[in-house]
Design a protein around this ligand. Structure first.
Ligand code: DAK
Length: 263
């Protein structure tokens, strides 16, 4: 089947790793509705593509990951469409968060508003030294609407999340690392390289184990510990019955490299 083509997205696939660029550099990769629709299509396609095991998502150029929702387009939005617009953004962040394959956000500059919310929905965040983060919605008379009011506090805690969501202030990469909004800071010129190193390590692991790990972490997040541990043991048992598990255990005992088929 032919790989899809997009107006606002560029991507490549190399050694089971797909690098996706949001490609609207002139407007700092601000998210128009069309881009959100394309991203949803891309992630649905990726989820079923056996040639892709890890996705690295970044912004075109060296200034921005995503500078938020497209303010110009938003200002023209019919009031009756605001709910469906938010639903579209939320749908995208849910697809990314629950994707069966890890998504690494390579944050290469501004990650503002909806851009920060998309980064938060990714499984892992690596940030360049020049990256900047904010939830400036309140200054526009809005609230974060792509999951930010919910995911940010889960990631960095309620107090810090409210500080960012209520002030709209911009923080730099070091502060983002300090509050655990990002996992690591990397020099701008080697950001993608470092993401590849991580992606490469992930892609050699069992796809079944990866998929169920994401599921266990996501499902357990909103549960009390006993309930969450039940989810974990159910998923553990499923994984334990997989061919990948037989292969992984056998390869260890035989001192060989496992060849996981993802079933
Ligand atoms: N939207 C549209 N255009 C944008 C943009 C944005 N978010 N950010 C930048 N641009 C455009 C600029 O207008 C400029 O275009 P031209 O003037 O050349 O035509 C071009 O990109 C380059 O930007 P600047 O000239 O401003 O570049 P600077 O380096 O001087 O400044 C900046 C960089 C990132 C500080 C600045 O561009 C800026 O403040 N941008 C806006 C950041 C922002 O406030 N983002 C929006 C966050 S609010 C909803 C759900 C979710 C959301 C909304 C509703 N529903 C429930 C309905 C989400 C909202 C948000 O994301």
């Amino acid at each position: 089947m032919k790989n899809p083509e997009y107006k606002y997205l560029k991507y490549n696939i190399n050694n089971y790793i797909s690098t996706l660029f949001i490609n609207r550099e002139k407007y700092l990769n601000a998210l128009s509705k069309d881009i959100i629709v394309e991203l949803i299509d891309f992630y649905n396609w990726v989820d079923n593509n056996k040639n892709i095991k890890v996705i690295i998502m970044t912004g075109a150029g060296d200034k921005a990951f995503v500078a938020g929702a497209d303010i110009k387009e938003m200002s023209r939005l019919d009031l009756s469409k605001s709910k469906s617009y938010a639903a579209l953004g939320q749908k995208l962040t849910l697809i990314i968060e629950n994707l069966s394959k890890p998504v690494i956000a390579a944050i290469n500059g501004y990650a503002l508003g909806g851009g920060c919310e998309i980064a938060i929905a990714c499984h892992i965040r690596y940030a360049s030294t020049n990256s900047k983060f904010a939830q400036p919605e309140v200054g526009l008379g809005l609230i974060a609407g792509f999951g930010g009011t919910q995911r940010l506090s889960r990631l960095i805690g309620k107090g810090m999340a409210l500080e960012l969501l209520l002030s709209g202030k911009m923080i730099n990469a070091e502060e983002a690392l300090r509050i655990k909004l990002v996992n690591k800071i990397i020099d701008n010129n080697i950001l993608l390289e470092e993401c590849y190193v991580l992606a490469d390590k992930i892609k050699n692991n069992s796809p079944i184990a990866i998929r169920h790990t994401i599921k266990a972490v996501n499902q357990g997040e909103s549960m009390d510990i006993e309930e969450a541990l039940d989810v974990e043991s159910d998923l553990f048992s499923k994984v334990f019955h997989s061919s990948d598990c037989r292969e992984g255990l056998k390869a260890f005992l035989n001192k060989t490299k496992p060849e996981f088929l993802g079933n």
